[in-house]
Ligand binder design. Structure first.
Ligand code: NAP
Ligand code: GDD
Length: 330
């Protein structure tokens, strides 16, 4: 009998890669969408006839309860969130409603329907923030630096609490930044690769960025969803850091991206103080030894391979569709 999984955030970057993985493994997949005035299905268009879509919202307890009660899944992957850090300063309360209380609502729905359902919570390296130790592991204390980071710490500890209080198989995947050609255009990697492709094709002239010194441990989203799945297949629930163990700066990112198309970044990049954050996370680097040892997980794409893959995908997309403004599906 095939397993049944609910994936919240199915229209997002990670949702689309996770659904592909689950379908390869013969899962019956139920993707959760929320009502929008304009449908946002670009990333899962190629999967639409192979999954069911159900409407529910992290803000609405009844919709989550109905969802879990009707579907009776074996596994739930909670990827839905307000995921853009700068927006969390503009809307801190809404960020908390989605990312913190929204997770509590989902856990409440699950525990009321069936405590044997296994749950993955999408936690984040943003929880480490102003880092207390380098590299960061599952034991590193948190010091979040944005309302987004704070909301994810709340959800992390809710995951631990539902595990300890109700014996739920609930895991927190502490994932470091992961990117792909399906990344939202507002995140720095995709902003750069899209900007480089536009400049190369004569569709843009310059690129404005914020802090070039920030460092992140960047991996490929397609690799990271394998770790999510593996966490729910273990004998017991545990939390895991997922990272490449290599950290690069935003400046290195622009060097690689412009260099890939034969341009010198210094001729095209401006820095804009308006793009600096009220509090920055300066340097993240993860130690995924536990995931490597217990899940048998390892990344397959390095930083340069990731950025060149994204530049090539943006060049291709813009050559096919020069007026494109939104995400390319596959
Ligand atoms: P993403 O591309 O921004 O996708 C977010 C998803 O959440 C979208 O499908 C969005 O739906 C949905 N969503 C937002 N608010 C919702 C609500 N109130 N009810 C139901 N659905 C809602 O994010 P991602 O990069 O795939 O990340 C997936 C998860 O991993 C997020 O929780 C993120 O915080 C976390 N995370 C990401 C990274 C990373 O580097 N990518 C690292 C660590 C953790 P719409 O399409 O309707 O907006
Ligand atoms: N977005 C953006 N735009 N970031 C910029 C820019 C710019 O123009 N210029 C410099 N940066 C710097 C930011 O200040 C930050 O230090 C770094 O680039 C990465 O920014 P983002 O790509 O927006 O990602 P993030 O690290 O804030 O958050 C992402 O990763 C988290 C995991 O650590 C998101 O995916 C979160 O949802 C995720 O939890």
């Amino acid at each position: 009998m095939s397993k049944r999984a609910i994936v919240t955030g199915v229209t997002g970057q990670d949702g689309s890669y996770l659904v592909e993985l689950l379908l390869q493994k013969d899962y019956e997949v139920i993707g959760v969408t929320r009502r929008l005035s304009t449908p946002n299905m670009q990333r899962i268009q190629h999967l639409r006839d192979r999954i069911q879509l159900r409407s529910a919202d992290l803000l609405d307890q009844a919709s989550l309860l109905d969802l879990v009660a009707d579907v009776r899944p074996h596994e739930v992957y909670n990827l839905a969130a307000m995921s853009f850090v700068p927006a969390s300063w503009e809307q801190p309360l809404l960020t908390g409603e989605f990312n913190a209380q929204g997770v509590t609502r989902l856990f409440e729905a699950i525990r009321r329907v069936d405590t044997s359902i296994r749950v993955y919570q999408a936690s984040s390296s943003e929880m480490f923030g102003k880092v207390r130790a380098t590299p960061q592991t599952e034991e590193t204390p948190f010091h979040p630096r944005s309302p987004y980071g704070v909301s994810k710490v709340f959800a992390h500890y809710m995951t631990v609490n539902y595990r300890e209080s109700y014996d739920l198989f609930a895991v927190s995947g502490i994932l470091f930044n992961h990117e792909s050609p399906r990344r939202g255009l507002e995140f720095v990697t995709r902003k750069v690769t899209d900007g480089v492709a536009r400049i190369k094709l004569g569709l843009g002239k310059r690129l404005s960025l914020g802090n070039l010194n920030a460092c992140r441990d960047w991996g490929f989203a397609g690799d990271y969803v394998r770790a999510m799945w593996a966490m729910l297949q273990q004998d017991s629930p545990n939390d895991y850091v997922v990272a490449t163990g290599v950290s690069s700066s935003v400046e290195e990112l622009v060097q690689i991206a412009f260099g890939h198309v034969g341009l010198d970044w210094q001729d095209y990049v401006d820095t804009d103080p308006n793009l600096l954050r009220p509090a920055e996370v300066d340097h993240l680097i993860g130690d995924a030894s536990k995931a490597r040892a217990q899940l048998g997980w390892q990344p397959t794409v390095d930083f340069k391979g990731l950025i060149t893959m994204m530049v090539d995908a943006d060049l291709h997309r813009l050559q096919c569709e020069p007026l494109a403004t939104d995400n390319e599906p596959v």
